[in-house]
Design a protein around this ligand. Sequence first.
Ligand SMILES: O=P(O)(O)OC[C@@H](O)[C@@H](O)c1c[nH]c2ccccc12
Length: 254
Amino acid sequence: MLDKILAVKKQEIERLYLPEEQTFKKHSLYHALADSPYKAGLIAEVKKASPSKGIIREDFNPVKIAHDYDKAGVQAISVLTDQHFFQGHRDFLTDIKKVVGVPVMRKDFIIESIQVVESALIGADAILLIGEALEPEKLHELYEQAYELGLEVLVEVHSEETLENVLSQFTPKILGINNRNLHTFETKLSQTERMAALAPKESLLVSESGIFSYEDVEKVSRYGAKGVLVGESLMRKENLHDAVQQLMTGVYVP
Ligand SMILES: O=P(O)(O)OC[C@@H](O)[C@@H](O)c1c[nH]c2ccccc12
């Protein structure tokens, strides 16, 4: 599946045009996570659909969802901007950025420099770079470019091998462990435990995918995660405020 996504992405990049420059107030993802009042800071995701789950949320108003997340006290918001496989859009991110006061991360398959520039122009505070989708040298280059443009980067890895390749180049400030294998979609929280043992102490760890309950948040936080990236389990709930409270505190306060 990852290979299929990257093939489509290459075609999209050929047609990519850059939007006009606008000014946005910047917020730091790193600090939002590091200063979280919870066991781990929450990056809540705005995601309508995915290749593994199909449509996740029918009633999908990205700005309303992000606004509810912000009011519920999340530390950051991740916005899927890939259209073809996730039914996202880059305009969702810009519209969301205008109404929330927390950092906004662009979730897409970034493989070329022009997409990093695009991310800055649409108002992202941070971007995702996927270890499994990039040669380590290229990943490092895009990482440096992002920080030069004032963007932070969540460097995501799934496997030990990818982590080793990344670390041979540089130490990411924010390191995401994807519990989901993007080739097979198999998802297990123990991936965070295995990978945390190999991660540098200087990197802020984020556990991504397959987190459904407060017990899951507690578990990955015990493994060393300082942040969690949660999409599906929140997207399937009607009341996002209550869902965030329950996920992060284990207590349901109606
Ligand atoms: O919906 P979940 O299982 O809570 O997962 C969220 C997030 O981790 C997932 O959407 C994701 C992680 N890495 C990605 C890379 C591309 C697209 C999506 C992703």
